[in-house]
Write a protein that binds this ligand. Structure first.
Ligand code: UD1
Length: 423
């Protein structure tokens, strides 16, 4: 198994270019199944999760071509198979996003229960509640979920989500675009990735309004056509590099950024004393002013536009290094503190109680052997490793490589001492 070896590094400096968003491209790829014509997606990041989604689409009948690096063509003249099998689906939770398109286009989908990062129970009840409201019969058997549309197809409905789930909103949107009549998703997720998906679907001929608000209206259309779309920049990758500048007391120019998408991180880093400025060429994150002493702050994760759960662990790594006490409250997932034990192993002082973590900051971190327990926890450990004395050896890095494009190359280019070791 490959590992990362991270050494204490000088303050990070220079420029980094943000890739297309992992969490946007996966639903876009699944949505391309809805059209008989070719769809072209630009700025597709080279990630393991994207490879998994390509394999799933190919297994369902899509012809996938990489027209040039980052430019993906998905062509599905017919869906040959409506069953997404265990071997592929178990690798990634987002694979369940093919259910909406399969159900909409073929009236049938059978997908193994999804896998992915083990951050909580992550049920799919809200997805299924949505499909049922649209008229589908839902059968759960042998770890598979089978959804069957009525003979005359799905019918628009008003669907209230008990929690603004990102995946459920996406799956219901892609199921409802071809339903008869109008669908309302109430208490919908408002994440930028939802807006990106709605924009793509509308380019394909769908009639979706309100994406980015808590109520999405979808007027069903008989079919969708091909379209071309560029993926939005990855706001979680952006925030990770913002924190890399902050934790190392460096200074970075981060390019290809939508400032609105990282507002909570910007606000919180400013509270800690980090300077964040926006220019024509990108975002400047400046933490190398010797006159400014960085200090602690509290964070609470929430659905968008609140503080993103995906940045909770990288932000916590930063909080362990600044003076003062801070509290981190996780409200989105119930088991997202697995990085705490690893950070404590490196000398951090973090205590957890349920969904609350108390951090006594300003601790000197020491390199240790740690495990990337999930994708973002892995990023947090790399950040900690950059300021820890000695060597930090991070195993299970496949999690990190699932979601960060050219992770080692990008970090090395801004001065990080990080090495990928194949074992
Ligand atoms: C997506 C992101 C993930 C991010 C998360 C929250 C992708 C590929 N992944 O995951 O990086 O951390 O949003 O911003 O976009 N829930 C239910 N029932 C359901 C669905 C979800 O109870 O049917 C709960 C989950 O257990 C969790 C919460 O809702 O506690 C949020 O989950 P959700 O928004 O669905 O996250 P994902 O779409 O899986």
């Amino acid at each position: 198994m490959a590992k990362f070896l991270v050494q204490k590094s000088d303050p990070l400096n220079g420029e980094v270019y943000i890739s297309g968003a992992k969490n946007a491209v996966l639903p876009l790829m699944a949505a391309a199944l809805l059209a008989e014509e070719k769809c072209v997606i630009d700025d597709v990041p080279a990630l393991r999760d994207v490879e998994v989604m390509k394999d799933i689409l190919a297994s369902l009948g899509s012809e996938i071509k990489e027209l040039m690096p980052g430019k993906l063509e998905v062509y599905t003249p017919v869906i040959k198979d409506t069953e997404a099998r265990y071997e592929l689906v178990s690798k990634m939770r987002a694979s369940f996003l093919v259910m909406g398109p399969l159900l909409a286009r073929n009236g049938h989908g059978k997908v193994h229960m999804p896998g992915g990062c083990t951050i909580g129970a992550r049920p799919i009840d809200l997805h299924l509640k949505g499909f049922e409201a649209l008229g589908a019969e839902v059968v759960l058997k042998d770890s598979y979920v089978e959804c069957i549309a009525p003979e005359d197809g799905l019918v628009g409905a008003s669907i209230y989500l008990d929690f603004p789930s990102v995946g459920a909103t996406e799956n219901i949107m892609t199921a409802a675009v071809l339903a008869k009549g109008t669908t309302y998703i109430i208490n919908a997720a408002e994440e930028p990735e939802i807006v990106d998906l709605a924009n793509f679907l509308n380019k394909m001929g769908a009639k979706i309004k309100g994406a980015g608000t808590d109520t999405i209206k979808i007027e069903g259309v008989p079919n969708l056509h091909g379209a071309q779309h560029t993926v939005i920049p990855d706001r979680i990758e952006t925030a990770t590099y913002m924190l890399a500048a902050a934790i190392t007391h460096g200074s970075l120019l981060i390019k290809n950024v939508v400032p609105d998408h990282v507002k909570p991180i910007t606000a919180k880093l400013r509270e800690c004393g980090v300077q964040v400025e926006f220019g024509d060429d990108g975002m400047y994150v400046i933490a190398d002013n010797p006159d400014v002493k960085l200090t602690a702050t509290d964070i609470k994760t929430l659905p968008y536009p609140g503080f993103p759960t995906d940045i909770q662990s990288p932000f916590m790594a930063f909080l362990t290094t600044v003076d003062g006490a801070s509290a981190v409250i996780e409200t989105v997932f119930e088991n997202r503190f697995m990085h705490v034990a690893e950070l404590n192993r490196m000398g951090a002082n973090i205590k957890t109680d349920g969904n609350k973590a108390q951090i006594q900051g300003g601790k000197k971190l020491e390199g240790a052997k740690v495990i990337a327990t999930d994708l973002r926890a892995g990023a947090a450990l790399v950040l900690a490793g950059l300021v820890a004395d000695g060597t930090t050896e991070i195993s299970e890095i496949y999690h990190i490589e699932r979601g960060y494009e050219k992770f080692v190359d990008k970090f090395k280019a801004i001065g990080a001492d990080i090495f990928r070791m194949d074992e």
